[in-house]
Design a protein around this ligand. Sequence first.
Ligand SMILES: Nc1ncnc2c1ncn2[C@@H]1O[C@H](COP(=O)(O)OP(=O)(O)O)[C@@H](O)[C@H]1O
Ligand SMILES: [Mg+2]
Length: 368
Amino acid sequence: MIVRSVRMEGFRNYLDETVELSPGINVITGENAQGKTNFLEAVYLLSCGRGFRTRLDSELLAFGSDYTKVTGKVFSAEREQSIEISMRSGTRKQILVNGVRKNSSDLSEILRVVLFCPDDLNMIKDGAKARRRFMDMAISQLRPSYAALISEYTRLYEHKKRILSDWREKPSLLDTLDEFSDSLSRCSAQIIRYRAAFARRLTETAVPIHSEFSGNGETLSLDYQTVGTVTDSFAAASEIYAELLEHQKAHREAEIASGNVLSGVHKDDLDIGINGVNARVFASQGQTRTAALSLKMAEREISLEDTNDCPILLLDDVLSELDAKRQEFVLNRIGGGQTLITCCENGQLRERTGGKIIGIAGGKTIRL
Ligand SMILES: Nc1ncnc2c1ncn2[C@@H]1O[C@H](COP(=O)(O)OP(=O)(O)O)[C@@H](O)[C@H]1O
Ligand SMILES: [Mg+2]
């Protein structure tokens, strides 16, 4: 898939600007706070209907504006297509694909991206939430049914949490507790199978990338951790479900006493090790960057293998932080698909990539 052009109207600091892209590497360059990351966010929006630095969609509207529209011309599934996302404050956003109304979850069929931004370094160093998010985003782009399972899980979880926090005021709420625990276990069993399969493929793909990328043959390891009673996360969903129910039962009293949901896949983690020690605790800054980037490159390769189409790689401010050898490695490895790289510096990196250079200043493209 290739993004040919993106038009941003009233989007962040862009009043009305169209950026034309090359099918290979595009280097987006400019001073700080000019709109480089905002532009990547517009491309990201086209792939999933949300920004990656927003809590609320309304943050994407240009200051003082009550309307925004982002239009992408995309080559995908062997034809030219258009994606148009518009929002007016106070109303639901509208998504049109080739002029037909769609949902956010339909977008990944036409445009998939793999984003790597400085926040992704948290994936190694932060708590399990960041790693679950990484798995969930990656699997959702490939399997829309997984995205639906996650929203179903979230809905059930929120409901069960409310029962556990409010039952003292309204004891009858407890009547439905077991029903919710049961539904959560059913849903969890399927989520576990997806996550286990993804973790296995990620290991197969990321370990060799990381070994080469680290330059000194470091060994990356990944270990998917889920609910303690699950003996085999690849087993049939019915088997996993039975084991989950056991865990639910064992924690029932504690859940009621604490008011918290203690059993379920909302506590899953993906343990990341480097040379046999926990990366979260021991990885240096350089190791953190190398490991995170290896995982993202692996995500891109898995998506390519799975769909026969290469997702767009968005690299925000990361390449310029690498030494020349590692930059070289990344640039060689990404050959083939379309890549958008933002950077501040003017010299080396721009020349080394051999890509199209796009200058950005004050929310406009400029001639360099
Ligand atoms: N909703 C918005 N409306 C107008 N300007 C915005 C909006 N959101 C962010 N900005 C502005 O965009 C600029 C930052 O753009 P960004 O793309 O992050 O810069 P960089 O080029 O450093 O990546 C800041 O000046 C910020 O004030
Ligand atoms: Mg930026």
